[in-house]
Design a protein around this ligand. Structure first.
Ligand code: ADP
Length: 559
């Protein structure tokens, strides 16, 4: 009997709470007990599964409290729910319908009354019921009327509570919404303020940007520069007026890549085509110098064009663009300087050659008269003349290189033989270092023998120049990956990494306390690199400061 309710249905719980909120319920149950003389009265929520007490007045220790559950099938309310009819029993034992009914027998009551409570929408809610172990006078209009009235009252209150709940909910929601709206409006106002500020900043930035763009364009124009760009997908070319002007192209129409290549000096067209191909296919940047001919004035100009490929997020090229400069003046200056160096070197060579001839004559004479002192002095003078001659030849070669006057005269020769010849010649004048040719295979290459001899001789004399007396120098020669590779290894001062990349540039010399007393002009390695490059080869160095350096060059076996 004292079975406690286990509430699982939230709706039932809400109904119990709703009945609890009806203020007159307690007095109502009390009035029922007083007027009928019964000891137990209750309001029950009856569903198709459960019978649950919502409110109760228990003077006979029947044992139910709000929330208690009775097995639905054991109650008479179950039947009332099914047919919607009230049940009134004054005296169970004397009632033909209920004297053998299981419910009174089970719960031990003699009088019973139960009135259905219908919701305002017509749905069945439960019952208003009363029981007592003693018989009672219930089946009369007053009691039935009272129960009807009370059932209606409860139904009315339930509807009112329901209405109140939903009003409360909407009120709460309304309040919440109002609060939200206020908050939202506040946020919106702040966001608007920030937006306005951002707009102002943006406007001022755009202003500054336009200003600096104008300044840049002005600087570009005064610096005799222009901009260009090519669409990598359509090959459409855009040029600033300055660039078009340099070529002599009309300002009001598009220019094709072919028109540009046609205006470039024929010697440089292949290079330019390769550069464009590398930019489009491999996205490589470019920095080129070449002469062009203005299509209107036929004037020849030197230009420098730098370019960069811009990519989108997927790595596809979207633009190839850069700067375009008129470098005619600088180039002319270079050419003039170059010509001057060439001319001076050439002029110096003539007196030096006759000086050398005189010295050799005098040397022969001194030897004849066995004048050892004069012969010794003349020998020294001759070696100085040789040094000077090598220097002048170096300058002459630079000048020839720059003006494109160096021509390769290729022939087939044995590389190991050439190495032996150069080493032998060097050893004639130098005894300070131990020069070793590591035995290598004998094979031929097709190249300019004299110029390759110059390269080997330059590397060897540097190895001597930049390493202390008594140190070893090793020369190797191999075939690696289809290339002839020569290396010259010394145990000298070595080269710092920061200088390595610049060594092969014209006039570059490492400046430190070790090199400051060693004479030179920084043209030897530049000449080596130019010669090797013109043979489609490669030159490089591996070095460790304080340990030594190894200079390498590689040449294709077949020219
Ligand atoms: P130069 O010897 O006349 O200065 P090079 O072009 O032959 O010009 O060499 C450029 C610079 O490279 C040199 O000034 C020197 O500092 C460095 N260098 C060249 N060869 C060596 C070497 N074997 N060991 C160390 N430094 C070297």
């Amino acid at each position: 009997m004292n079975k406690k309710l286990e509430i699982t249905d939230a709706d039932i719980q809400a109904d119990i709470e709703a009945v609890g909120k009806i203020p007159v319920v307690e007095s109502l149950l009390e009035v029922i007990c007083r007027t009928t003389g019964m000891g137990f009265a209750a309001i029950a929520r009856v569903t198709d599964e459960k019978w649950i007490t919502c409110s109760v007045r228990d003077e006979i220790q029947f044992g139910l409290t709000p929330g208690s559950e009775l097995k639905l099938e054991t109650t008479i309310c179950h039947e009332i729910r099914q047919n919607g009819e009230r049940v009134i029993i004054d005296h169970v034992d004397e009632d033909p319908d209920y004297c053998n009914h299981h419910t009174p027998a089970m719960y031990g009551f003699q009088s019973y009354i139960s009135m259905p409570i219908m919701r305002k929408n017509g749905a069945f809610f439960g019952t208003l019921c009363a029981i007592d172990p003693k018989p009672a006078k219930l089946n009369n209009p007053e009691t039935i009327g009272m129960f009807n009235l009370f059932a209606d009252l409860i139904s009315f209150h339930l509807a009112a509570v329901e209405q109140l709940n939903s009003t409360n909910i909407s009120l709460l929601e309304e309040r919440k919404n109002t609060k939200l709206k206020e908050l939202f409006n506040k946020e919106l106002a702040t966001a608007n303020k920030q937006l306005a500020e951002a707009k102002k900043n943006l406007q001022s930035m755009v202003g500054k940007l336009t200003e600096s763009e104008d300044k840049l364009l002005q600087a570009i124009e005064t610096g005799r520069m222009g901009t260009w760009s090519i669409n990598p997908n359509t090959y459409e070319v855009t040029m600033s007026p300055f660039v078009k002007d340099m070529f002599g192209f009309p300002l009001d129409r598009e220019i094709s890549i072919e028109e540009i290549v046609d205006a470039v000096d024929p010697d440089y067209r292949q290079m330019l085509t390769d550069v464009l191909g590398n930019a489009f296919a491999k996205h490589l940047p470019s920095d080129t110098e070449y002469p062009i001919t203005n299509v209107i004035t036929q004037e020849r100009k030197w230009v420098k064009a730098t370019g960069k490929v811009f990519l989108d997020a997927d790595g596809n090229a979207t633009e190839y663009s850069g700067m375009f400069m008129d470098i005619t003046e600088r180039k002319m200056d270079d050419i003039r300087k170059n010509d001057f160096i060439g001319m001076v070197s050439h002029e110096l060579k003539t007196p030096l050659t006759s000086l050398s001839a005189y010295i050799q004559m005098l040397f022969a004479k001194a030897q004849k008269t066995e004048d050892d002192f004069t012969a010794g002095a003349l020998e020294k003078a001759n070696s100085q003349i040789k040094k000077m001659s090598a220097m002048i030849n170096g300058f002459l070669n630079v000048s020839r290189l720059e003006s494109g006057k160096i021509q390769l005269i290729k022939q087939e020769f044995y590389l190991d033989q050439l190495l032996r010849d150069v080493i032998e010649e060097t050893q004639l004048t130098i005894s300070s270092h131990l020069i070793t040719l590591i035995p290598c295979d004998s094979f031929t290459i097709v190249a300019d023998r004299d110029k390759i001899a110059n390269v080997i001789s330059n590397l060897l004399s540097n190895a001597i120049k930049y390493s202390p007396k008594g140190k070893s120098i090793e020369i190797r020669c191999n075939v690696i990956d289809g290339n002839a590779q020569v290396s010259v290894m010394d145990e000298g001062m070595g080269i710092k990494q920061q200088d390595v990349d610049k060594l092969f540039s014209r006039f570059y010399r490492v400046n430190n306390k070790h090199t400051q007393h060693i004479s030179g002009f920084g043209i030897g390695l530049y000449l080596c690199a130019e010669i090797i490059e013109r043979h489609s080869g490669k030159i490089w160095v591996e070095s460790k400061s304080g340990v030594g350096s190894t200079f390498y060059f590689a040449l294709p076996l077949k020219a």
